[in-house]
Design a protein around this ligand. Structure first.
Ligand code: B12
Ligand code: SF4
Ligand code: SF4
Length: 377
């Protein structure tokens, strides 16, 4: 059996999965309770996929009843890049999204690995492979298998390697000895991530309130960005890396082995806000971002974020594009955020548009205009 495990790990590494562990399909009891408390505190925000089928997240055997073992795999997505500078013009993108969409890139390789495991086992195997889009506590599974430990920023940290890793897993009806062990390292007295978060999204160490997290606000949130958090977004138009960038364990990062995840393969580390705010149709948006993670918030979400960042970084050149969006964009979400942004950037130019927007057909836009008129936004 140990030689089968060594062969599986060899195949996994050959396919680019640098870190591999094996755990059972047993329930994650402690994590189930932590997950319940997290939801009940409201920290799942409006992510309905975190509120549905909640009995599955800590029970892999309920998700895939035939599963006997879980092969959990980490993929390094780190890529070095020049230091980000907004130059009053660029919005910043979280590192995980620089290249091609990892869901599309990782799944086929997991399937190739599963096919190789079948060959090694010498029989047909029933399996399911996942990366991210699954009602499973992926970090808790990887932690149980000994891949790493929970940081106070809630990310899974790999000793000597840091946290710039995606997690994925294959649930399989092959009984393999679990390698469960607890990594003995922890954050100790460090609190850097908790102190650095610009929106105070950590309710406590190991506990993230998604409602305040820039990653949630810019990617998963379908509605308005709360006014009191807009300035906190800073330069981030898609995701946020601050609580990982400050983490001392990330000193050990090395470049990804996956060319698809490198910045040249996708949108890279920044986007020109004028270009972004000039995307007028969903069709144009899809053509520009197809195959990258940036399609997730859709045009309305990404332009909402771009408007806020334009104000935050004082991108004066974005004013005409913002004015155009306020006057002609069919999406109220974009019109209202563009109005807020222009009012911060160029109050004089915004005044006429605020007045016009008091009569907008959409209540969200009228409210934004009203609050700007009375100086509350
Ligand atoms: C929902 C979600 C989000 C939400 C909520 C994040 C969160 N912390 O829960 C939002 C949109 C905010 C988000 C953001 C990001 N995400 Co996300 N997200 C998920 C998703 C789909 C579910 C996470 C989940 O189950 N949360 C529920 C809570 C309860 O779980 P938890 O935070 O892990 O909590 C555990 C610990 O706190 C622990 N715990 C509780 N108390 C204590 C006490 C002690 C002492 C200890 C040790 C532990 C401990 O128990 C809890 C349960 O296991 C997973 C994929 C998946 N299916 O697992 C990806 C995932 C977690 N995300 C990922 C990534 C990359 C990100 C971002 C880095 C993206 C970015 N750059 O913008 C940020 C990171 C923000 C952050 N600091 O967490 C990766 C993380 C990889 C890693 N190395 O950890 C995952 C695993 C996706 C993947 N397959 O690679 N994400
Ligand atoms: S991703 Fe950014 S906003 Fe979210 S917890 Fe980390 S530092 Fe805070
Ligand atoms: S920054 Fe410090 S406290 Fe936060 S996860 Fe890293 S080691 Fe832990």
């Amino acid at each position: 059996m140990s030689s089968l495990i060594a062969q599986i790990k060899g195949e996994a590494r050959a396919l680019g999965f640098e870190i591999v562990g094996i755990t059972s399909a047993d329930m994650l009891a402690r994590d189930d309770e932590a997950f319940r408390q997290w939801r009940e505190a409201g920290f799942a925000a409006d992510m309905d996929y975190m509120q549905r089928r909640t009995h599955l997240h800590a029970r892999p055997a309920a998700l895939v009843p035939s599963s006997l073992s879980i092969i959990t795999l980490a993929i390094n997505y780190y890529a070095t890049a020049p230091e980000f500078s907004h130059e009053n013009r660029y919005g910043r993108i979280a590192r995980y999204a620089w290249g091609r969409d990892y869901h599309l890139v990782v799944r086929p390789r997991l399937e190739r690995l599963a096919a190789r495991i079948e060959k090694l086992a010498g029989r047909r195997l029933h399996h399911r492979s996942f990366v991210d889009a699954v009602p499973l506590l992926e970090r808790a599974l990887a932690a149980r298998a000994g891949l790493g430990f929970f940081g106070k920023n809630t990310n899974l940290l790999l000793p000597q390697r840091g946290s710039w890793f995606f997690l994925s897993e294959i649930l399989i009806d092959l009984e393999l000895p679990a390698e469960d062990r607890q990594v003995k390292i922890s954050c100790g007295t460090c609190n850097r991530c908790l102190d650095a978060c610009p929106t105070n999204a950590f309710a406590a160490p190991y506990s993230l309130d998604s409602r305040r997290c820039i990653s949630y606000l810019t990617i998963e949130n379908r509605g308005a960005i709360p006014r009191e958090l807009r300035r906190g977004l800073g330069e981030w138009i898609f995701g946020c890396d601050i609580c990982q960038t400050v983490c001392p364990f990330n000193r050990f990062s090395s470049d990804t082995l996956w060319p698809e995840l490198r910045p040249e393969a996708g949108v890279g580390e920044r986007l020109d806000l004028v270009e972004l705010l000039s995307i007028a149709t969903d069709q144009e948006f899809r053509a520009r971002f197809r195959g990258t993670p940036l399609t997730r918030p859709k045009r309305r979400g990404l332009l909402r974020n771009a408007a806020i960042v334009a104000a935050n970084i004082e991108a004066a050149t974005a004013a005409p594009a913002l004015a155009e969006r306020i006057s002609h964009d069919p999406e109220p979400l974009i019109r209202s955020h563009a109005l807020w942004a222009l009012a911060q950037l160029d109050p004089q130019k915004a005044a006429r548009l605020i007045e016009k927007s008091l009569l907008d057909c959409d209540p969200q836009v009228r409210e934004e205009a009203f609050l700007l008129t009375i100086g509350e936004a």
